[in-house]
Design a protein around this ligand. Structure first.
Ligand SMILES: Nc1ncnc2c1ncn2[C@@H]1O[C@H](COP(=O)(O)OP(=O)(O)OP(=O)(O)O)[C@@H](O)[C@H]1O
Length: 248
């Protein structure tokens, strides 16, 4: 079995007039929580869409669980949660999950499992449209957990959540990873770096670091992820200035 969850080589994506991914190469291990961190607009969603296979790419290759991204074979092996809620407001939580379980041919018993995993027991019979934004997000996550996909791609799943819920979600991600699921979780909040087994730092469509937080702090001498991110950028900018001076 291929031990990589995701393998990306020299990926370029153009959206509209802009090249929004500019030659990304990375690979992520299976069974870990990998954080995709970077400022708003750095290309996190575009990279996730490329991995899930819904983004037209300009060049490069993207392989997921040993298959070409977008291959029909991957359909049930990947769970994807976008930033927009993907569940029906006029169904209850349980009705939504029963519906998606049927669509995905997931066992009916999965519905109770994912309700339990996402802590939605109290809301199970509530109309999804009457839930808070954070709770609705958890229903989308629960739907993505149906069928126990091998890779979960989660686009900013903790945005807008209070610290308690945020902590609970990260704990869930690690329980899933401990059970063998691979997770790619995006965030623009650098503090979330401490929650990840590995980090991918994205800036302006380029991957500027692929490391553990520990490795990144050791390399940069920084005390936290935010300072490390800035240090990496400073180093790169210095390198570019040197290259330009050398070429002049
Ligand atoms: N449909 C589109 N057409 C043209 N440009 C787009 C489109 N969608 C995104 N972009 C541009 O691509 C770049 C990367 O966007 P992307 O959504 O991937 O970033 P992001 O890091 O996920 O941002 P955020 O954290 O705000 O979601 C941005 O400059 C954005 O303006």
């Amino acid at each position: 079995m291929n031990d990589r969850a995701v393998d990306v080589a020299d990926l370029r994506v153009r959206r509209g007039r802009n090249e929004v991914l500019r030659g990304i190469t990375l690979s992520t291990p299976r069974g870990q929580v990998v954080g995709l961190l970077g400022p708003s607009g750095s290309g996190k969603t575009t990279l996730m869409r490329s991995i899930v296979g819904v983004q037209k790419i300009t060049s490069g290759t993207v392989a997921v669980l040993g298959e070409r991204a977008g291959s029909p074979k991957l359909r049930r092996r990947i769970g994807y949660v976008t930033q927009a809620s993907s569940v029906y407001d006029d169904l209850t939580v349980r009705e939504n999950l029963r519906y998606f379980a049927r669509v995905l041919s997931a066992p009916a018993s999965d519905v109770d499992r994912v309700i339990d995993e996402t802590g939605l027991g109290k809301q199970a019979t509530q109309l999804t449209g009457s839930l808070s934004g954070g709770q609705r997000g958890r229903v989308s996550l629960a739907a993505a957990l149906l069928g126990a996909p091998e890779l979960l791609v989660l686009d900013e799943p903790t945005v807008g959540l209070d610290p308690v819920l945020r902590t609970e979600l990260w704990e869930l991600f690690h329980r899933l990873a401990d059970a063998g699921t691979s997770l790619l979780v995006s965030s623009h909040v650098m503090d979330e770096a401490v929650r990840c087994d590995r980090l991918l730092l994205l800036r302006d469509g380029e991957l500027i670091a692929d490391d553990t937080l520990h490795g990144l702090l050791a390399k940069t001498g920084a005390d936290d992820a935010e300072s490390a991110f800035l240090a990496v950028i400073r180093d790169r900018d210095r390198g570019t200035a040197r290259d330009e001076a050398g070429a002049a």
